[in-house]
Design a protein around this ligand. Structure first.
Ligand code: FPP
Length: 248
């Protein structure tokens, strides 16, 4: 592992129509433990849920889907588990990028990139290159991500260079294509916290928590989250029309 961080200017992404939904995929370990399986089995089935949900999100017309796959803190897990997660990620990028391309899904891996093995880095770069013309949905996979650390890197960039805005510096610090703020964050497994996920982009996100463990999450669960989201009034600090008494 090296500690230097190279932050290149990102290519600007195609503006995505539709919602930006983030998912904190939690509960793989508990899913496996409930079946007396190793935790890595939970991650393996969790990776199958990723395929299912990417497809469902595309069908639902979501513009950007951001999945939290590995946090900076996750390096502290047992080495075998970390290796298994990295392998699953590499396998997803290698096996699924052709299908993503076919279905108009553009892949962008966001987070630090200086602590990956060369093979994984190559798989990331290949998947991003191969899907770069896809315009249906932007799929962002957060790996080695910490919202707070990304903000610190963005602030350092702002101070060092003439980066125009905090948001641009944030995108660069994450190797992220430009995307709108998150509209909705879903977290599975009954936990109710953000765990340092995309802090800057979550400013006005609606939060949706479900007890479903990630490996069991599917199209119907995504649909239920979207129904809940659509039933909410997003005021962004303003008052609602009803409170205005019809006056504007
Ligand atoms: C949290 O569950 C989940 C993770 C840290 C990893 C998420 C990874 C995947 C879903 C598979 C690989 C990803 C891709 C994009 C192919 P946990 O292990 O913390 O569960 P627990 O809280 O029940 O222990």
């Amino acid at each position: 592992m090296t500690s230097t961080l190279s932050i290149d200017a990102p290519e600007r992404g195609v503006a995505q129509a539709g919602l930006h939904v983030g998912i904190i995929m939690d509960g793989n370990g508990r899913w496996a433990e409930a079946r007396r399986l190793p935790r890595t089995a939970g991650h393996r089935v969790g990776a199958e849920a990723v395929n299912r949900v990417v497809e469902a999100a595309r069908r639902a017309g979501i513009g950007t889907l951001s999945l939290y796959a590995f946090s900076e803190e996750n390096w502290q897990r047992p080495q075998a588990e970390v290796r298994a997660l990295m392998r699953l990620l590499e396998r997803f990028l290698t096996r699924e990028s052709a299908r993503c391309c076919e279905h108009g899904v553009r892949i962008n891996v966001i987070g630090r990139r200086d602590r990956f093995r060369a093979r994984l880095l190559r798989a990331i770069e290949r998947a991003e290159r191969e899907t770069r013309f896809a315009q249906g949905m932007l799929l962002r996979i957060a790996v080695d991500h910490s919202g707070r650390a990304a903000l610190e890197r963005a602030a350092a960039l702002l101070a060092r260079e003439r980066t125009k805005s905090l948001r641009e510096a944030w995108d660069r610090s994450l190797h992220a294509l430009s995307a709108p703020d998150l509209d909705l964050v879903i977290r599975t497994s009954g936990e109710q916290r953000l765990s340092d996920f995309l802090l800057l982009e979550c400013a006005y996100a609606e939060l949706y928590f479900t007890d479903q463990l990630w490996p069991d999450f599917g199209e119907d669960d995504l649909a239920a989250a979207l129904v809940s989201y659509r039933g909410r009034e997003r005021r962004f600090g303003r008052v609602s029309c009803a409170q205005m008494g019809g006056r504007s």
